[in-house]
Design a protein. Structure first.
Length: 153
């Protein structure tokens, strides 16, 4: 349940953040994308709340307000905020995938996919595995025990 609580908290923050995004975007495709993101996060938040209610757990309440990671004064800043929100959510949902099983894992995987797609739509620079921390080549990323990352011939 901890992974779902964390996801619920993150979705509360996303709904708040998308309120700011929508307020700073002009009419047109960017505002339409902001509205779609806002609605998606509201729906995801509400579904999480129902899931927790069904498990007789009290869902984390939304905060009265949230601190933005940077000032948003125009459409460009709004787009950056939306990309930031979605990128942060990929990590939350990746943790939820790892911390759940069965139908909840499928729900978390779907949410991870959706947040990664929205992050890309907003111009975020995502890793090959959204939600997972980047590893340096020196850390042995992409190798298996007993192999080398370089090709030998």
């Amino acid at each position: 349940m901890a992974a779902l609580q964390a996801a619920l908290s993150a979705e509360h923050a996303a709904v708040y953040g998308y309120g700011v995004v929508g307020a700073r975007t002009p009419a047109g495709p960017q505002r339409d994308a902001a509205r779609a993101g806002y609605a998606a996060h509201q729906a995801r938040r509400d579904a999480l709340q129902r899931e927790l209610d069904g498990a007789a757990a009290t869902g984390t309440a939304a905060a009265a307000g949230y601190r933005l990671p940077f000032a948003v004064s125009d459409a460009a800043g709004a787009g950056q905020l939306a990309a930031h929100i979605e990128t942060q959510l990929t990590a939350v949902w990746a943790d939820a995938v790892a911390g759940t099983g069965g139908a909840l894992r499928q729900t978390a995987a779907t949410a991870l996919r959706e947040t990664a797609l929205r992050a890309a739509q907003w111009g975020a620079d995502l890793s090959a595995l959204p939600g997972l921390p980047e590893q340096d080549a020196a850390d042995g990323a992409g190798t298996t025990p007993g192999t080398s990352a370089s090709a030998s011939g």
